[in-house]
Every structure is written in structure tokens, then in C-alpha cells.
Design a protein around this ligand. Sequence first.
Ligand SMILES: [Zn+2]
Length: 132
Amino acid sequence: MKLLSRGSRLYSILHFRCPRCQKGKVFQEPNPYVISRMFKMHETCSHCGLRYELEPSFFYGSMYVSYAYSVAFFVATYVLMSLIYDPGIWDVVIALAVILLLLTPLIFRLARITWLNFFVKYNPDKRGPRAK
Ligand SMILES: [Zn+2]
């Protein structure tokens, strides 16, 4: 599948790899559910040297992406529940709270790597600290 092959943004996002070379890892801990190391990112790509924080406070913008992912998961959960039975309001609220609790580490990482992919293009030949 071309969409998931190296060179596509989706590859970088789903494998948590550097958006520029797609070889270096972005997060220090491969498992997002190791909560104590959940936020730890490499400063630069070990392969191409891209500095992940493109500017100070760069990752604040990923909160918008995180919100979008959360809403998408909520809608998917609600639709799935509605297909199975007619859920009451508290069924939905509890299901969404559980989903949010379980998926927060994953959504956090997806949001950051997606945000990074908005600004950095795949360019396997480029080396150095900056995206441009
Ligand atoms: Zn890289």
C-alpha cells in the first residue's frame, strides 16, 4: 500500500518516525503507555539531525490536533455503540471517559507526530538541524 509505505506522512505518523528521513525515532520510549517516560522525545533525529522542536513552544499547536483526534475517537465510539444498541446518555458519558483515559498517551503522541508532519516534508537526502 502506497499510503502506508515509506515516504508517506502516514508512515511517519503510525511508526512515530522522523517526518524528514522516516528512520530516526521521535520518542525515546517506544511504548506510549510507560507513563513516566510518555513525554520524553529525542531533541534531534538520530539519522538526519532534524531538530524536532522547530521553534520554541512548537508543540503547543499539537493540542489542536489532539482535540481533533479525541473528537474523532468519540464520534467513532458513539457510532459503534449506536450500531450495537440504543445507548443512554450515561452509557455514552462513561464510555467516552474510559476511552479518553485509555487513549490519552496514544493521542498525545499521535498529535505531536501529526503536528510535526504538517511542517516537515519527507526528504531523505537532507541533513542538518532545520527543516528548511
Ligand atoms: Zn530524520
